[in-house]
Write a protein that binds this ligand. Structure first.
Ligand SMILES: *Cc1c(COP(=O)(O)O)cnc(C)c1O
Length: 377
């Protein structure tokens, strides 16, 4: 029996354990402490922004970002349709309505023309998604936002280390949000971050992430007794300092992790090229893809369920791509987004992580080829 090749795999080890030991020794384990501060400085460098705020996950960062940008009841926010539904949910949490825009057929992020067509007098902003980490079309989206007086947000959940026209993911919109969930390129199990160049937005998000007051560390070492006042019902959206320690080690690893994923993507591209009825993902020349996932498109006549079953039986983990948001009943969205709906039914994610070997890539592609050659039944 062959070993199973996992779909994804975190890369963690002695460096992360050592980082946790240091946080234990510091005595400050809860969130928004000294280790979070160090991580936030490091991560702002990665994102190329003036400010970074560590959060409990990407969903909380999305919620904070939308709130500080002012989304609320009666507003519409245009959202790239093809994404994990945290994106659409976070708009709902503010009381605003997500209006989904269809996607580019090649890189699956919001089609700028579809975004512009979805604008109404109630639209307040655009929430673009970097699908599987590859940045969306920020030059075009920025022009549309400026033309219509809208703000622009980047769901960069999968994008740590990606770039667009030489600018890092995280710096491509007014506010960006990242995930450090176990399935993302860098991880502390759970976690997230919000990045922005705007000091006022950053400050407001920081206040909301600690129940509506400045985090306790701001009162450390006071010689008097400062007593905060609550004037907004914020949340506990903090990342713990333990997780921030792990994230510091992960940021150190990021260049190597990205290089390994790019190498795996090159192996895949070569080996998939001769295969019929399967299309490899597109990575555009003007942006760096961080390969959070590797997702192939199956021709319409293929039976994805049967292919996935075959792969799993033969020790190759796989999954669908991500979700078409507009068909999820929670949103009550009326309208058809044919490109997103079609790809939701034809995408297949195959193993991608930083520890993938060339032999494993060979086995994945050979198994996929055999699965496709199976008679239908
Ligand atoms: C993973 C993901 C999220 C959610 O991240 P959490 O950290 O689990 O909240 C949001 N958006 C996209 C595009 C994602 O891939």
């Amino acid at each position: 029996m062959l070993d199973t090749i996992p779909l994804g795999q975190p890369t963690v080890g002695d460096e992360e354990l050592e980082a946790i030991r240091e946080v234990f020794a510091s005595g400050w384990l809860s969130g928004a402490g000294p280790t979070c501060q160090r991580f936030e400085s490091r991560f702002a460098e990665v994102a190329g922004t003036a400010h970074a705020l560590a959060t409990s996950n990407c969903g909380s960062a999305l919620h904070l970002g939308l709130q500080v940008l002012g989304a609320g009841p009666g507003d519409e926010v245009i959202v790239g349709d093809y994404t994990f539904p945290a994106t659409g949910h976070s708009v709902m949490w503010t009381g605003a309505t997500p209006v989904f825009a269809d996607i580019r057929p090649d890189i699956w992020s919001a089609d700028p023309a579809a975004v512009e067509a979805a604008i109404t007098p109630r639209t307040v902003g655009i929430l673009a998604v970097d699908v599987f980490g590859q940045p969306a079309d920020y030059d075009e989206l920025r022009q549309i936002a400026d033309r219509h007086g809208l703000w622009l947000m980047e769901d960069a959940a999968c994008s740590a280390g990606a770039s667009y026209h030489g600018r890092p993911a995280g710096s491509l919109a007014d506010v960006a949000t990242f995930s450090f969930h176990g399935r993302k390129g860098i991880t502390a199990g759970e976690g997230g971050a919000l990045t922005t160049d705007d000091a006022t937005l950053a400050e407001h998000a920081r206040k909301l992430h600690t129940y509506g007051i400045a985090p306790a560390i701001s009162r450390e070492g006071s010689t008097d007794l400062p007593i905060p006042t609550f004037d907004e019902a914020g949340y506990n959206y903090r990342l713990s300092d333990l997780a921030a320690g792990v994230m510091l080690a992960q940021v150190d690893r990021l260049p190597t992790l990205l290089e390994n994923r790019r190498r795996a993507a090159r192996w895949y591209e070569e080996r998939l090229a001769p295969l019929e009825r399967v299309t490899a993902p597109v990575a555009l020349d003007d942006r760096e893809h961080p390969w959070q996932s590797y997702v192939v498109t199956l021709d319409p006549e293929l039976d994805r369920g049967a292919i996935a079953g075959y792969l799993r039986q033969h020790g190759v983990q796989c999954n669908f791509g991500t979700y078409a948001s507009h068909v999820q009943p929670v949103y009550g969205f009326e309208g058809e987004l044919p490109i997103s709906a079609d790809l939701f039914g034809r995408h297949l994610a195959i193993p991608m992580h930083a520890n993938l070997t060339e032999a494993q890539v060979d086995r994945v592609v050979e198994t996929l080829a055999a699965a496709i050659a199976q008679p239908r039944g």
